[in-house]
Design a protein around this ligand. Structure first.
Ligand code: AMP
Ligand code: ZN
Length: 473
């Protein structure tokens, strides 16, 4: 790869493609807004996470080191409602969904971020920020006892979403206590929600400004600043995060630090169904599990979510998913065909083809992650080399070189050579290891419990003379 390979990524704030370089000259610090673990994530959410995975993989492929944080929202109206309804603690309610999220990430072969902090672990940092904002009189206590951020006091409010505050001010209510709202309702937003017994049950934290819990926006500021510092290189999310969530993150963080919060903002467009955003509230969603149970694989779904440009809406259809499955099959068949080549004949064309398509592959990605173009260079290579195989004009050595090239670009694509072990969800792998230990320690009760647990997750254990083996049911 040329030493001069840089990604030029579109910046939502400046509305221009800009060269990505680490601020500290060493590591790219990336913050990505993560899931709210009140339910399973749907494949719309995963479109955004796959975009972030592509970004991360491309940057690493281009030789940069990356430090990525993805927050896990385990406290908001939805998680609290769920816990109260089920009469369990917040942790008991959210933990299975957190585990499920990691299983799904593994299935989709999404690379792990360096940190997955939970909001409930950062309440203290959130309180610290709110205290300072109160001191500066940019936050205030509302008549309902909650703490609000006064957007009129932050002169740059609206800079990310290109919002003209003056045109919105009239008619907008003074303040808003719900975390999600539209631009038309731009108004003072909540930092700390005062405790309401009926709504919150026994879920609350104490703070200098009374019993309650944080609003949603403050959590990302607290975790981002704590784990990455200010002037974060890249902050990502879906386009629905631009307003109000990211706008509010900027206001809180920049008031707190007096420094620029984020250098580069990147947002993925939505996965849509019949022209509407896939979402829980519209009940037009599929989870990953839904699609797996219909016979699609993690790599089929990964391909489908990845193969169109992240800044265009992606219309979900089963025909589209079937086409992705066929594309994956074409790539896998090609790889198998290469492995079977024994000939020594050569036309000395393979190297040139690889060189040409590799250049196109890289150039496409440098231009705002143009994955569709990058994939077309892969399919051109497959077509051209398939012709050479048909004509017996490729040697074994050249076939191995081609496979090496596929392995190289799979650092970015992540859907060709998936390690079988990796396809096993982490939680299952861990339970399997624990069971091995339990048997070694003759703790048969625990071993049986773990066997049942694995069975519930779709796996059976075969105890063979040379050790235990895990098999899908
Ligand atoms: P949420 O759990 O709703 O906060 O969403 C988690 C992440 O998924 C956020 O970055 C959202 O922007 C993103 N997201 C939600 N719905 C979709 C969708 N239909 N298409 C793409 N991204 C989405
Ligand atoms: Zn966030």
């Amino acid at each position: 790869m040329s030493l001069l390979t840089y990604l030029h990524l579109y910046n939502t704030e400046t509305r221009k493609k800009e060269k990505i370089l680490p601020k500290d000259g060493k590591t790219l610090r990336i913050y990505t807004c993560g899931p709210t673990i009140y339910n399973y994530a749907h494949i719309g959410n995963f479109r955004t996470y796959i975009f972030e995975d592509l970004l991360r993989r491309v940057l690493k492929y281009f030789g940069f080191s990356v430090k990525q944080v993805m927050n896990i929202t385990d406290i908001d109206d939805k998680t609290i409602n769920g816990a109260i309804e089920k009469k369990v603690s917040l942790h008991e309610y959210t933990e299975p969904f957190r585990q499920a999220f990691f299983d799904d990430i593994t299935t989709l072969n999404i690379e792990k971020a360096e940190f997955y902090p939970k909001a409930t672990q950062y309440i203290e940092q959130m309180i610290d920020i709110i205290v300072k904002l109160l001191d500066r009189k940019i936050a205030y206590k509302g008549s309902d006892g909650s703490i609000y951020f006064s957007i009129a006091k932050f002169k740059d409010y609206g800079k990310l979403s290109h919002l003209d505050l003056k045109s919105l001010k009239k008619g907008a209510s003074n303040r808003i206590s719900s975390d999600e709202y539209e631009k038309e309702n731009a108004s003072d937003f909540v930092l700390w929600k005062a405790y309401v017994e009926k709504r919150d049950g026994d879920i609350f934290w104490n703070s200098p400004f009374g019993k309650g819990r944080p609003g949603w926006h403050i959590e990302c500021s607290a975790m981002a600043l704590k784990l990455l510092g200010s002037k974060i290189d890249i902050h990502c999310g879906g386009v629905d995060n631009i307003f109000p969530h990211h706008e509010n993150e900027i206001a809180q963080s920049e008031t707190f630090t007096n420094e620029k919060f984020v250098i580069h903002w990147a947002h993925a467009e939505h996965l849509i169904v019949d022209g509407k955003k896939m979402s829980k509230s519209l009940n037009n969603f599929y989870t990953l599990r839904d699609l797996l149970s219909m016979g699609f694989s993690g790599r089929d779904i990964r391909y489908m979510l990845m193969n169109s440009h992240y800044r265009t809406q992606l219309n979900f259809t089963f025909d589209g998913l079937k086409a992705s499955k066929a594309s994956i099959q074409r790539i896998l068949d090609f790889a198998e065909r290469l492995k079977s080549i024994k000939d020594e004949n050569s036309n000395n064309l393979v190297e040139k083809i690889i060189e040409k398509e590799k250049k196109r592959f890289i150039e496409s990605l440098t231009d705002d992650l143009n994955i569709s173009l990058a994939l077309s260079s892969l399919f051109d290579l497959i077509r051209e080399i398939n012709h050479l195989i048909d004509d017996k004009k490729i040697s074994k050595k050249e076939a191995l070189k081609t496979l090496k090239f596929l392995k190289e670009i799979d650092q970015v694509l992540g859907f060709i050579f998936i390690d079988k072990k990796e396809e096993i969800p982490q939680i299952v792998q861990e339970a399997f290891e624990k069971r091995k230990d339990a048997r070694k320690n003759k703790n048969f009760a625990l071993a049986d419990e773990l066997r049942d647990f694995l069975f519930d997750h779709g796996y059976i254990i075969e105890d063979l003379p040379d050790g235990a083996r895990l098999k899908k049911k």
